[in-house]
Design a protein. Structure first.
Length: 434
């Protein structure tokens, strides 16, 4: 026997949730085959078989929380050999001597009446011994005698699928004792107040929150409860950047095999502003400040299971195409749920872009323990007054900086956002800062 155990999940992660099983009891598996997918606070991991064998029992079901090192299933490594060895023995019994007495039961008439109950109990006990824990539990819940359940496993082990099959077949085989009574319509409750939706006849669906969604919820509440969070706003004239992208995007993609997006401009602008106002690149550690001299920029990505923030390491040392390439690769991994833990850990400052979904203005929540996050928004044509007599339509974007007021003063936060605005509106200065 070999236990299927929860592997080491990485630093600071001690448990996960079984997202789904890719095998069922009775399946034959080989070493290295993926058996289940485990959901953690940050990423999903695959659990693989360490030995060849047959899945004899699944101890924990999808949705169960499990700890590192916990056994969640059992592989019978001897099942294949046992099944192969039993077949020749059964085939040779009629030719070479008598078969074991247990293999050829005596006729019913030869069994004494007093011995019949005892024989039934022995058969039931034998079946229960060969049944998986999940099958035994299911049989108890449905009042099924395991001695009456037929096993599909070569060695006679009973799984949940066998119990389910027996349960489904039983109503067809047994004749109903009496016609079912027609249910009476439910009477309205006399209790005061409005009844729940289910009693109102309105459709509702209860779904369990995923581990990642629970973690996101907890982190967001924690950020609002522990940080003195405040948001300041400004707007950026995107004319110059749109002009550069229009003129250079084809040549840029042909040379670097990656598109020229907005994120490289914003990443460079943020780094320039962080260098000018380093408190936005700091962290509170008890009564100390950790001033970080490196720039690992988190890029928020909306994935199916919830928002994740992969990190572009040492972004100040990267060129425009390198930043675009890394962001593209991390975003693809996030949506495919293949990010590794190191790609999500750390980060000194975060950028989030709600504009891709049409957001015109928002107040982003800090990605603790970071003390600053920049929110990008939708580019929209708006009338801008050039002077007292002239007004033109310009592509404008609102930007928002949420910051921790415990260590970042309002003047510093406002100045930081103005610096970001100046660098974006003057790409030549942005290149010089880079």
């Amino acid at each position: 026997m070999s236990e299927i155990k929860v592997p080491d999940l990485g630093e600071s992660i001690s448990e996960g949730t079984i997202y789904k099983w890719l095998v069922k009891e009775g399946d034959t598996v080989g070493q290295g085959d993926v058996l289940a997918e485990l959901e953690t606070d940050k990423v999903n991991l695959e659990i693989s078989a360490e030995e060849d064998g047959v899945i004899s029992s699944i101890l924990r079901q999808a949705g169960d929380n499990v700890a590192v090192g916990e056994a969640i299933g059992i592989i019978d490594t001897a099942a294949g050999a046992g099944a192969a060895g039993s077949a020749p023995a059964a085939a040779s019994a009629p030719q070479g001597g008598s078969a074991p007495a247990a293999a050829e039961p005596a006729p019913a008439a030869a069994v004494p009446a007093a011995a019949a109950p005892a024989a039934a109990e022995v058969a039931a006990a034998g079946a229960a011994a060969l049944a998986s824990p999940g099958a035994r539990k299911l049989a108890r819940e449905r009042g099924i005698d395991l001695g009456e359940v037929s096993a599909r496993d070569p060695i006679g082990r009973i799984g949940q699928a066998d119990v389910n099959g027996h349960s489904a077949a039983a109503p067809q085989a047994a004749a109903p004792a009496a016609p079912a009574a027609r249910p009476e319509p439910a009477k309205p409750s006399a209790a005061a107040g409005k009844a729940p939706h289910a009693e109102d006849g309105k459709a509702t669906e209860r779904k369990r929150m995923s581990r990642r969604r629970l973690t996101i919820a907890s982190r967001l509440v924690e950020a609002q409860q522990t940080a003195a969070m405040l948001t300041t706003f400004n707007e950026v004239d995107m004319t110059a950047i749109l002009d550069i992208r229009k003129r250079r995007k084809d040549a840029f993609k042909e040379k670097h095999e990656v598109g020229l997006g907005f994120m490289s401009f914003f990443t460079k602008a943020v780094i320039g502003a962080l260098k000018a106002y380093p408190m936005l690149n700091a962290e509170i550690d008890g009564e100390d400040l950790l001033l970080k001299k490196y720039y690992d920029i988190g890029i928020a990505v909306a994935a199916k299971e919830g928002l994740v923030v992969p990190v572009v390491r040492d972004a100040d040392r990267l060129s425009f195409p390198e930043i675009e390439r890394q962001i593209g690769e991390l975003a693809s991994k996030a949506r495919a749920n293949t990010l590794s833990l190191p790609e999500l850990q750390g980060g000194t400052f975060t950028i989030t872009n709600g504009g891709v979904f049409g957001s015109l203005l928002s107040t982003p929540i800090l990605n603790t323990p970071q003390v600053g996050i920049l929110g990008m928004h939708k580019i929209q044509l708006r009338p801008i007054a050039l002077d007292e007599e002239r007004t033109v339509n310009r592509p404008m974007m609102y930007i928002a900086l949420s910051y921790d007021h415990r260590i970042v003063d309002g003047s510093e936060a406002v100045s930081f956002l103005v610096k970001v605005k100046e660098l974006l509106e003057d790409p030549e200065a942005l290149l010089l800062e880079g």
